[in-house]
Design a protein around this ligand. Structure first.
Ligand code: E4P
Length: 214
């Protein structure tokens, strides 16, 4: 399973990258706004920092505008994956980009049938938002199971990129279900490290190390 980091914060990306947690990066307009820098500049810097795919989202919604904008984003760096919203116009653009060899990530996916349409249009990645479904009392991980079943049934090559991850259980279940990618906020990645028995065990080893005969 590939690990992407869900942030536009270059410090977080560098930090996670040093620890081997970054196979790619996803950004969205909210994450880019949060860092208070021009989008092109941020995307370029991220691409120079990591070696995997970097999702950069179009800000327009009409198909011709999305196409032009996506083309400009794709020119920033070979690793840019154009992020397109799950709309009818969005699917038209995904199909066009597929024919032109430009990779896409279709975002804001909340149903298995939306994901089926993404695969039919030739999306490189599909981003189902599990946390936002949980927020409205709809089990987000059920959606991943449904998409995985559909994609396996028909051998679709679109990669399932589990998005809107809020905690470790989302990551664990994604791995158990065989999702291709998880995109994880930095804080959640860090939460995967500690275990009380690791701390306790290390404490005992360090104490016993003092007793080793020299
Ligand atoms: C995915 O690519 C999105 O950037 C992201 O996962 C959205 O997550 P949120 O629901 O925490 O905003």
């Amino acid at each position: 399973m590939k690990f992407f980091i869900d942030t536009a914060d270059i410090q977080e990306i560098r930090h996670a990258n040093e620890r081997g947690w970054v196979d790619g990066v996803t950004t969205n307009p909210s994450l880019v706004a949060k860092v208070g820098r021009p989008m092109r500049e941020v995307i370029k810097e991220i691409c120079q920092t990591v070696s995997g795919p970097v999702s950069a989202e179009v800000l327009s919604t009409a198909k011709d505008d999305m196409y032009k904008e996506g083309m400009e984003l794709a020119k920033i760096h070979d690793n840019v994956v154009v992020k397109i919203p799950m709309t009818e116009d969005g699917l038209v653009v995904v199909k066009k980009f597929k024919a032109e060899g430009i990779r896409t990530n279709v975002t804001l996916v909340f149903s298995p049938l939306q994901a089926l349409l993404v695969a039919k249009a030739g999306g490189t990645m599909v981003s189902p938002f599990v946390g936002r479904l949980d927020d409205i009392s709809t089990p987000g991980m059920d959606l991943i199971h449904q998409i995985k079943t559909i994609y396996d049934n028909y051998d679709f090559s679109t990669e399932i990129l589990v998005a809107s991850i809020r905690h470790n259980v989302h990551i664990l279940e994604s791995a158990m279900m065989g999702a291709d990618i998880v995109t994880v906020p930095f804080k959640v990645m860090q939460n995967m490290i500690p275990h009380p028995l690791t701390d306790k065990g290390l404490d005992i080893f360090l104490k016993d190390a003092q007793k080793i005969v020299k």
